[in-house]
Design a binder for this molecule. Structure first.
Ligand code: GUN
Ligand code: ZN
Length: 431
């Protein structure tokens, strides 16, 4: 028997289809005065408040005009870079060497890794992000720190030990064999425990030898239910470097494919400057591409063409890429995606932006049957957004003529002040 423990009242937003390929009226279900019934960590009912019966023992929480929707799913970030977010003036390779690698070295200290993991989840939850797919550092204890923190908060969370056996400083390199052994041990320890998922994680081709890529490809073949995440085609200098390092590869994607690191459960961060062959192959395989718009402008990488990639039939998610990205907020990230779309003459509709930050990312993570949408049977990970969280936003949303005009000012100008409440696994999160 499913016992309803909580009824949440407010405006509700659910997706019934992908708004990139389906007209809005058939893609989104909105209730002006909606209700969500929760119990056993799941969504048990969603509908018009008038249509939902409130069991006697259920606690009713009325959020007024606030928007109740699925919690945000951040499909690519680096929790170890929390402390160096917003570091000035470098492009990718310089940025890695100057800011990132020294900070990631510090996470070799398990106590520091625990401190940063806790800080990261505090910030993510304050911004309404309920699931994060993060990179860890090369240190196995950095994976333990992240999973332990997520587990204690009841979160669905994913990460993996970042593997690098070349072109990284002393103290931040493993080997092909130790990357395989450590990843395997962590996978066996954490994958499928509670709401946690292990992700096989070669950082990117420049920091892995062909031997290491092959070792991780072999591990993935032994555990095909895991995701594999890495970076691809973020900056032109990086692509040229990959060409030098892998002279026999057809292109950047081939450096992964040749080593068993391409498949439906692959999650590629950035994917900005792809060749036609790479785009065709990624689509054929059904791999996930993750758009990281604040990172792409912050590091000066280029413009991912979201609308074009979606029209091609690519699987696309959205992410902060903290700390190359300049924010912990998926609202800010949607705003950046909108602005980049404008630069390409392809403005994304607010429904498409929200879909990317929830359903789209969940699809890339192969978790769309569990998270990323407000629907019966889904895990109860929710964010409740105040659509009038600042005077500037409130005065604009006050004259809105429909929900999209009401929500767009929060997408463009909102931050953690818009997070009225967060629910994770059916429980309220204290913010
Ligand atoms: N933005 C970003 N790109 C990368 N490519 C390889 N590592 C990284 C990283 O940490 N951040
Ligand atoms: Zn990244």
């Amino acid at each position: 028997m499913n016992t309803v423990t909580h009824i949440l009242l407010g405006q509700t937003l659910s997706f019934t289809n992908d708004p990139f390929s389906t007209p809005l009226e058939d893609a989104v279900k909105l209730e002006r005065r909606g209700a969500v019934a929760l119990g056993q960590g799941k969504v048990l009912a969603v509908g018009a408040a008038d249509d939902i019966t409130v069991p006697q023992d259920a606690k009713v929480i009325d959020y007024g005009d606030a928007l109740i929707m699925a919690g945000f799913v951040d499909a690519h970030l680096h929790y170890p870079q929390t402390g160096i977010i917003a570091s000035w003036g470098k492009r990718l390779i310089d940025w890695l060497n100057t800011y990132t690698f020294p900070e990631e070295t510090r996470l070799g200290d398990p106590a520091y890794a625990r401190e940063i993991a806790a800080r990261y989840f505090d910030l993510a939850l304050a911004n309404g992000t309920t699931t994060s797919l993060s990179y860890a550092t090369i240190h196995p204890t950095s994976v333990d720190a992240y999973f332990t923190e997520a587990q204690s908060r009841g979160l669905r969370a994913l990460t993996g030990k970042t593997c690098m056996d070349r072109n990284a400083p002393d103290g931040l390199r493993d080997t092909a064999q130790s990357a395989y052994d450590d990843s395997k041990a962590l996978l066996e320890k954490w994958h499928g425990v509670d709401r946690l998922g292990y992700v096989i994680t070669p950082r990117f081709s420049p920091t892995s030898t062909p031997e290491q890529l092959s070792a991780l490809g072999a591990l993935w073949a032994e555990h095909p239910d895991c995701l594999m995440q890495t970076h691809i085609s973020e900056q032109h200098e990086e692509i040229a470097w990959v060409r030098d390092l892998f002279p026999d590869a057809r292109d950047y994607l081939d450096t992964y494919e040749a080593h068993g690191l391409l498949g439906e459960r692959a999650v590629f961060g950035h994917a900005i400057h792809l060749t036609e062959r790479e785009e065709d192959r990624l689509k054929e395989v059904g791999a996930g591409l993750v758009h990281c718009p604040t990172s792409n402008t912050f590091i000066g990488s280029g413009i991912f063409e979201t609308a074009r990639m979606k029209a091609q039939g690519q699987r696309v998610g959205l992410a902060t890429d903290t700390g190359g990205g300049s924010s912990f907020s998926m609202l800010r990230t949607m705003a950046a995606a909108y602005e980049l779309g404008q630069l390409k003459g392809q403005p994304l509709h607010p429904a498409q932006l929200i879909w990317l930050a929830t359903c789209g990312s969940a699809q890339v993570l192969h978790l769309a049957d569990k998270i990323g949408n407000l629907d019966v049977g889904m895990e109860a990970d929710l964010v409740v957004l105040d659509l009038a969280s600042t005077p500037a936003i409130a005065q604009r949303s006050a004259r809105a003529e429909d929900i999209w005009e009401a929500v767009f000012p929060t997408i463009m100008m909102g931050d953690d002040r818009a997070t009225k409440a967060v629910w994770a696994g059916g429980k309220p999160v204290s913010l």
